[in-house]
Design a protein around this ligand. Structure first.
Ligand code: ADP
Length: 551
């Protein structure tokens, strides 16, 4: 079957069409020669005429060799009529019959071409992405959207994220309503989070819920496959989406395009990034196009992308906590024979992303099948666990002991943060997300409180196990950096002219204060630790409730 999408096919179809038209034109062309009334008389005298047809405004005169035409006005019709019978054709009989035929043919041709291209488009649209579907979308010459059939129900867990995205869906469904109230929605939504947590799936679900076309592009493809064409590709992408609006553009791995323009200069990428920025600035927020993008390295992104009017809505997806893992496992085991304790299974899969869980379930099912079991058992999971872990680099895979260490460490942080009002979204065994400082002006006590939170984990493990662990490395480095900024950049140290040992003494002092705090609030920390062991992460309001219940 020919590839109707290919450029070659279109060129050939175009040429064939043109040739047909030219051929028809030649065939139906008026091939007669114009003569005068006198010349007609001459032909009559020589008895060369075989037939005369009147078709205003001409008389067509046929001889055995030629066809002539002579204007009716130049002929004495009576005289000619006496010698030859004049057949009278209505004007459109012959010539126009030809024209009508030509038109019909052209219309037919157009219909065939339209049908072919439409069928092709339908075929593309039929290639829907389902929840379990492949993420690879074949690279094509033309930019065609897919129709997503993914729904929020296909995305297990991530309830907060779904809540955040509902407004976008509503906007895509009823753009006119938002326009009426002159509400501006974000043009860009950035989905940030580690690989395999469902960023792509979530974007597809938004398209599926809103019922709008989904334009997928991967940043890596744009710069690697379309070398030299990146900017054009981006332009075409936006053009196509605007035409199909309301629609969603999804750019996977946007960091491939939008990495900050640091030392490694790459003209191609920069040109592509600039084009992306231009396109995003160039369309109105009521155009009905929402650009979604995914990255697992938000800190690597060029700041320009994060400015207002671009990706100003950011949604974080983290590795699933225990509750979400249970839901994901439930989803994947839905149609598989088993009587597993999902709670237990969720507990033993700390650090697994949804993608990793999907692989794990699949491998376990295969294992069960191979050993000839009736259903999937715990032992199947145990048997394949290691292979899955070693296959996926990112899995943390904590042992029970490590889980406990993390719980103690994070409970210290959560307690101090809650006590000192340092805002956070969630603090947990696998992922912790402190909120960015929201204010432009921070007080010295705010900054010190943040430093205390960063030191609280170490202080907690020291208090409970009498030991320090390597999981503290990142926080410790952040605490040092923060203390340096406080003293050197903000000049908030003891002395106006910062001295070298001030950072050290500030940190020591903060650490001591945290130790005292943990000692006094031991019960609260233990309660939070217990919560963490059960739920894996804790939100501000939950920690606050625990504290309120205790005091
Ligand atoms: P990302 O874009 O974050 O790398 P994907 O959306 O490509 O992740 O997800 C990878 C795989 O994991 C897909 O097969 C997807 O269906 C599955 N998946 C991810 N998150 C979920 C979820 N919350 N519920 C069910 N399946 C999920």
């Amino acid at each position: 079957m020919p590839d109707f999408r290919s450029k070659n096919f279109r060129i050939i179809a175009g040429l064939v069409g043109l040739l047909l038209v030219i051929g028809l034109f030649l065939a139906l062309r008026d091939g007669s020669r114009l003569i005068t009334g006198d010349q007609l008389d001459l032909l009559a005298q020589k008895k060369l005429i075989t037939r005369i047809v009147r078709e205003d405004p001409y008389l067509y005169v046929r001889t055995s060799k030629m066809l002539y035409r002579v204007p009716v006005s130049a002929v004495d019709l009576k005289k000619v009529g006496r010698e030859y019978p004049i057949e009278i054709h209505k004007k459109w009989d012959m010539l126009n019959l030809g024209l009508i035929l030509l038109l019909l043919l052209l219309v037919g041709l157009a219909v065939v071409i339209y049908y072919l291209s439409r069928r092709d488009r339908l075929e593309t649209a039929r290639r829907v992405e389902t929840a379990e579907g492949e993420r690879e979308i074949p690279v094509r010459e033309s930019i065609t959207p897919t129709r997503s059939r993914v729904r929020f129900d296909d995305v297990a867990g991530s309830e907060e994220v779904k809540r955040d995205l509902r407004e976008i869906i509503d906007f895509l469904k009823k753009p006119a309503r938002y326009k009426k109230f002159d509400i501006r929605l974000p043009k860009g939504v950035l989905l940030a989070g580690p690989p395999g947590v469902g960023k792509t799936l979530m974007a597809k679900a938004v398209a599926g819920e809103a019922g709008v076309p989904f334009f997928y592009q991967s940043g890596a493809n744009i710069v690697e496959i379309y070398v030299g064409m990146g900017p054009r590709r981006v332009h075409e992408l936006f053009q196509a989406a605007k035409k199909a609006a309301p629609a969603i553009i999804f750019i996977d791995e946007i960091d491939a395009v939008g990495r900050h323009r640091g030392s490694l200069r790459n003209e191609e990428r920069e040109a592509t990034l600039n084009q992306l920025l231009t396109e995003m600035d160039g369309f109105e927020s009521d155009s009905g196009v929402i650009v979604m993008a995914a990255t697992n390295r938000i800190e690597m992104l060029d700041q320009a992308l994060l400015r207002p009017g671009r990706f100003d809505r950011r949604v974080h997806l983290s590795l699933p906590d225990m509750e979400d893992r249970r839901k994901i496992l439930e989803l994947y085991l839905r149609r598989k024979p088993h009587e597993l304790d999902l709670e237990e299974l969720a507990r033993s899969t700390v650090g697994f992303s949804a993608a990793a869980l999907s692989t794990l379930v699949n491998e376990a099912a295969l294992h069960a099948l191979r050993r000839g079991g009736k259903q999937i058992e715990e032992e199947d999971f145990e048997a394949v666990r290691e292979t899955v872990i070693s296959g996926k680099r990112k899995i943390l895979s904590f042992s029970e002991e490590e889980r406990r260490i993390q719980a103690v460490y994070q409970s210290g942080k959560a307690l101090v943060a809650t006590w000192l009002d340092v805002p956070y979204d969630r603090i947990g065994i696998v992922t912790t997300r402190m909120r960015e400082a929201e204010r432009e002006i921070n007080s010295r006590s705010d900054l010190l409180a943040r430093i205390k939170v960063l030191l609280a984990g170490s202080a907690a493990t020291q208090a409970v196990f009498g030991e320090q662990y390597s999981n503290a490395a990142e926080d410790r480095a952040a605490a040092i950096a923060e203390a340096r900024r406080l003293i050197h950049d903000y000049g908030m140290g003891e002395h106006l002219l910062a001295r070298d040992d001030e950072v050290e003494s500030l940190l020591t002092e903060q650490y001591r204060e945290v130790e005292t705090m943990l000692l006094k609030l031991r019960q609260a920390r233990e309660a939070i630790e217990a919560w963490l062991l059960e739920h894996e992460n804790i939100r501000e309001e939950e920690a606050r409730r625990i504290l309120r219940d205790l005091f």
